[in-house]
Design a protein around this ligand. Structure first.
Ligand SMILES: [Zn+2]
Length: 309
């Protein structure tokens, strides 16, 4: 059974001044249900992170400021959302969902968060639409609880996971692999365990070739017992922020490749969505839905005829 973390809290909407496509969190599950890729039985409602769980990864000072809504204007601005208690509560559910996805993945092979992938959150500050770092928190919880020994983060969001790189810089049990555009946000990049940068307009063929040359070697050498896969769709040519040139088919081929590699190696994979900022929200939703479709197909042999329109 494909377990999918979903909650009404994910759709908490903020003033749209930054044009973050919050509506995708509603449109993705609705489309998957309508076309029959999933049923409501696939969903689970995530719990909320406790303060102790947050403090495995974030500093006490930063968490206090989030909790008491006392970030200064200067500290809040890079996050890009208006800071509200609801936004922090949303982040706590999303991050716990990613942890729960990892646990379900250990049971079923794969599990997916309709949100998550907040890889620009650092231990002591947030930025780039990210408040709490879900994958790092989930990784720390798994390690602390003896539920994983070696974790591989496969971050294929077009933006570098600078928060992941910074938080896990001194954690040898977590290997951070990021493939991203060389010339986009964050302009000052951190150092991951492996960073691969692409020139503007890199297309399907070149992108996939690099992935094919790299991922099997990493799975062999890192030998993880858990993979977090950030399947962001801001690699698309239609994306306003990404600057790469992938097609919908290329993006889906990327997802299929990652999942087939993980499955062949018998490593559980928890999938988080990350970014997607195409002008037409349809492109974003369709590409994210493809990740769910391919997961159903590969792991549960379930194929759905979906309307390409
Ligand atoms: Zn991104």
């Amino acid at each position: 059974m494909l377990k999918i973390a979903y909650s009404d809290i994910f759709r908490y909407s903020v003033p749209d001044k930054h044009r973050f496509p919050m509506q995708k969190y509603t449109m993705i599950p609705e489309r998957l249900l309508r076309e029959g890729t999933i049923t409501t039985d696939n969903f689970f409602a995530p719990k909320r992170l406790s303060e102790d769980e947050i403090l495995t990864t974030h500093t006490a000072e930063y968490w206090h400021k989030l909790k008491t809504q006392t970030l200064t204007r200067k500290e809040a601005r890079p996050i890009g959302f208006e800071m509200t208690p609801e936004l922090v509560d949303r982040g706590r559910h999303i991050a716990h969902a990613t942890y729960e996805c990892a646990r379900f993945a250990q049971q079923y092979g794969v599990a997916m968060n309709v949100a998550g992938g907040t890889h620009h959150a650092f231990a002591d500050h947030g930025e780039g639409f990210c408040v709490l770092n879900d994958v790092c928190i989930a990784s720390n919880l798994l390690l602390n609880r003896g539920q994983a020994k070696k974790i591989l983060i496969v971050d294929l969001d077009v933006h570098q996971g600078n928060g992941n790189a910074s938080i896990m810089a001194d954690e040898p049990r977590v290997f951070v692999f990021s493939m991203h555009g060389a010339k986009n946000y964050p302009f000052r990049k951190e150092v991951s365990d492996l960073d691969i940068e692409f020139a503007n307009d890199t297309g399907d063929e070149d992108y996939l070739q690099v992935l094919h040359e790299t991922l099997p070697r990493l799975i062999r050498d890192v030998a993880p017992d858990m993979i977090f896969y950030q399947s962001a769709v801001d690699v698309l040519a239609t994306d306003k922020l990404g600057k790469l040139g992938l097609t919908q088919a290329g993006c889906m081929a990327r997802d299929e490749y990652v999942l087939r590699q993980a499955k062949a190696a018998n490593i559980p994979v928890a999938i988080v969505m990350g970014g997607g900022y195409s002008e037409d929200i349809e492109d974003v939703v369709e590409a994210h839905c493809n990740t769910f479709r391919i997961a159903q197909q590969i792991y549960f042999d379930k194929t759905t005829q979906h309307n390409e329109a």
